[in-house]
Design a protein around this ligand. Structure first.
Ligand code: ADP
Length: 164
């Protein structure tokens, strides 16, 4: 069974993430989407909220071979722990590349059994990021095209509350 892990902050999940999840799910027997608990990076949504939003979105998209989880510590260890042979990451622009390249090299050094694959964003999602969603949403802007339909209400409410 080929298992892949798609790690990220997902703060919150966007249509860009969903596109990568959908495509990744077609390539592997199981795709584990995992929320990274990063104590250095301040998140707006709690880990539980991020997991819940992902679960609702994945369920709504009818993706039955996708599992949502969270982890802290080293991705290389987590990959080993769940028996994943591949790490999936998305690439939007050249600006993503350098950081992603470095991460991929470090992760392979730490766990030579897992390789990183990059899925190139779909053109319509190229500009899309969680930070853009947070910014537009907190000023009351319409984020309905940016986040999965199942979670628009929850994400909007949370961002507006936060801004007040
Ligand atoms: P991180 O903090 O790990 O970068 P993110 O949640 O921002 O977490 O992103 C997780 C992964 O999804 C990264 O590989 C990122 O490049 C990718 N990603 C984010 N937005 C998009 C998008 N619009 N299109 C394709 N990939 C994306």
């Amino acid at each position: 069974m080929k298992i892949a892990v798609y790690p990220g902050s997902f703060d919150p999940v966007t249509m860009g993430h969903m596109d990568i999840i959908r495509r990744g799910a077609q390539m592997f027997d199981k795709l584990v989407v995992s929320v990274l608990i990063n104590t250095n990076k301040k998140s707006l949504f709690t880990m539980e909220e991020r997991v819940e939003l992902l679960k609702k979105s994945v369920e709504g998209a009818g993706l039955t071979n996708v599992e949502v989880s969270s982890f802290s510590g080293l991705l290389a260890d987590y990959t080993e722990q769940i028996g994943a042979c591949t790490i999936v990451r998305g690439l939007r622009a050249v600006t993503d590349f350098e950081n992603e390249f470095q991460l991929a090299l470090i992760n392979r050094k730490l766990n030579p059994n897992a390789d990183t694959v990059f899925l190139v964003t779909s053109a319509e999602n190229m500009y899309l990021s969680s930070s853009l969603v947070r910014e537009v949403g907190s000023f009351g802007g319409d984020i309905s095209e940016f986040v999965p339909p199942e979670v628009i209400g929850q994400v909007t409410a949370r961002l507006v509350n936060k801004a007040e």
